[in-house]
Design a protein around this ligand. Sequence first.
Ligand code: THU
Length: 141
Amino acid sequence: MTQADPFQSNPVQPDPALLAAARTAFANAYAPYSHFKVGAALRTPDGQIFAGANVENASYGLGRCAEQSAIQAMNSAGQRTFTDLVVYSDASPPASPCGACRQILFEFAPEARVICVNAAGEVLSYSVAELLPHAFKLEEG
Ligand code: THU
């Protein structure tokens, strides 16, 4: 039996405007320590796009992921949820959000689509809830 090609079984393609914003953020990433650049761009329900890049620091633990930067930009503009997120990297397979970012994405949009892409055009797609099963959430008291 041949193994399923993960890219074939994930045929969702990113929206061109969202992809372009993620690529621009990728180009602007500040990653002099890891040399691993990431760009993220998300779309809010009213159609706005917010992007972010990873921003590292000489004190390594202070680095910020691209997804968190995009979430900060979204909230700073008064938006609280999103429908789609593109994560752009050079990695193969395309980098998917780290564990911490998954929790942060879940806070605002558990049903959102996450599309991970790379320069070679490989695409992987998931929902936030798929990326973080059994997520922690506070029950309203
Ligand atoms: N990074 C992101 O920005 N997003 C991810 O999804 C994975 C990892 C960053 C953090 C760090 O600056 C670099 O990539 C290497 O881990």
